[in-house]
Design a protein around this ligand. Structure first.
Ligand code: NIG
Ligand code: FE
Length: 460
């Protein structure tokens, strides 16, 4: 559907001025629908709203002070900005040349801070071992914990910086970064500091989450209650006090943290003012989604094994269901989370990469969209809403990012083709021609890989 111009207040009377005008946009996917998004009780998109992209054809977008000022037909936007006059000298003009423009991707679930990659486990799984068997044999999260604890903050910043640059090159402009490979006060703080330093160095927008409850560390194996106490009495209070993270996550799984332990940790986090998210119903159904909805969590993530009550709880709450189909793909499982059915049932769905060294080394949101489309039967439009606006809701950041609505951050991508559907259609291809953060173009093609350190194996 083609709609007419949306213009921020202050444009017509000249109180806000543009410093960038993007012309010649063949297809501008604003992901902004005034009827759905500007209402007082607006929330994440559901049902048919998941397919509404707010497309403007042959459009122009004006940006001022890092925010979207106006989107619409060129003559309308320019006449709102300048009356009938020329675009003044000093205003940057970028010609999109008929290509499509979409919001920068929001990746609401990553474990980007880690040391070595775990391609050894990838091969073991292909040869027949399961994720849980490898974890029980000392691999999995424990292997990354031992490795991370040995590394300096400086070394981890370098590794993390390269990965964040690579994310930006694939169009991710907002990323959530979890701790969870430290599992001690010092190492968790180290991870969160690394996340903050690296994100700042790269210029990517980030949201940090404390996942001290990712696993019970080996030294607490026989006294797990003491670890829960360490998390609730020392780690979370310190993290909250020092502003190292704004959210708390728990790996709620029978073999990791049970429902009762998860409740204790999440309740404490909420009391400390942190927002909540849960690794829920990933490997076995246990009621993690119900718990997340009951506690008013921003999101419940994974949900491969979600059951009927879990689906109902999410459909009836504002908790966003975050799907991580790259993990299922990487683990080679034959069951994806029931994304299609959950949309039809009224759940608000978002997509994330789950980028981590074990179960998902994919950091490309375009590839995640492709997997979501073919394996979970999301339409290309639903996958785009899931990777932008609903992902922003999953992080509690929808007022700032996730769509190109007047007043929101001008974080956007000029694609290398004229149609957003090319993004999931060309699985494996990088569809990003340029990335803009707050209206500033940033180098879209860094050369880094996720690790420059394949040979080094610390603590093994
Ligand atoms: O989200 N599920 C738990 N955590 C990660 C895996 C972490 C790892 O294997 O290192 C996940 O898939
Ligand atoms: Fe995860």
């Amino acid at each position: 559907m083609t709609e007419s111009a949306r213009i921020a207040s202050g444009v017509r009377d000249g109180t806000v001025k543009a410093d960038l005008v993007v012309t010649g946009i063949g297809q501008l996917c604003t992901i902004h629908d005034p009827e759905l998004d500007d209402q007082e009780n607006a929330g994440p998109r559901r049902r048919s709203g998941m397919g509404e992209l707010g497309i403007l054809e042959n459009a122009t977008m004006a940006v001022g002070a890092g925010r979207v000022l106006a989107c619409g037909p060129e003559h309308e936007v320019l006449s709102a900005l300048y009356g009938g006059a020329e675009i003044p000298a000093g205003v940057e003009i970028v010609d999109a040349g008929g290509r499509a423009v979409i919001p920068g991707f929001v990746d609401p679930h990553t474990h980007t801070v880690f040391g070595r990659t775990r391609q050894d486990e990838y091969e073991r799984r292909i040869r027949g071992e399961t994720y849980l068997e490898i974890a029980a044999a000392g691999g999995g999260i424990h292997a990354s914990v031992a490795d991370l604890r040995e590394r300096s903050e400086k070394e981890l910043v370098e590794l993390t910086t390269g990965r964040l640059r690579e994310m930006l090159s694939w169009g991710t402009t907002t990323v959530e970064i979890k701790s969870g490979y430290g599992l001690s006060l010092d190492a968790e703080m180290k991870m969160l500091n690394v996340a903050a330093t690296a994100a700042e160095a790269v210029g990517i927008r980030s949201v940090r989450t404390c996942l001290a409850a990712h696993e019970v560390p080996a030294e607490f194996r026989d006294r797990r209650q003491e670890y829960v106490r360490l998390v609730t009495e020392e780690i979370l209070p310190r993290v909250a006090r020092e502003g190292l993270a704004e959210r708390c996550d728990v790996f709620c799984e029978p073999s990791v943290f049970g429902l009762e332990e998860s409740l204790i940790i999440l309740t404490r986090a909420r009391d400390l003012g942190l927002s909540l998210t849960v690794h829920a119903d990933e490997l076995e159904p246990m009621g993690g989604a119900v718990l997340a909805a009951r506690l008013g969590a921003d999101s419940a993530d994974h949900l491969i094994m979600i059951d009927g009550p879990g689906r109902e709880a999410l459909a009836g709450s504002s908790t966003v269901a975050v799907m991580l189909p790259g993990t299922v793909f990487t683990l080679g499982l034959d069951r994806y989370a029931p994304g299609r059915g959950m949309i039809d049932q009224g759940c608000a769905l978002a997509l994330a990469s789950d980028f981590n060294p074990g179960s998902c080394p994919i950091l490309s949101m375009p590839l995640i969209m492709a997997i979501a489309c073919t394996q979970m039967r999301l339409t290309p439009a639903e996958s785009l809403v899931g990777a932008t606006l609903n992902a922003a809701w999953a992080l509690g950041k929808a007022a700032e990012v996730g769509s190109l609505a007047p007043g929101k951050m001008a974080d956007f991508i000029i694609l290398d083709g004229p149609d957003y559907r090319l993004v999931p259609y060309r699985a494996g291809h990088n569809p990003v021609a340029s990335v803009f953060l707050e209206g500033q173009e940033i180098n879209p093609k860094p050369t880094s890989t996720i690790s420059d350190d394949y040979s080094r194996e610390v603590g093994k």
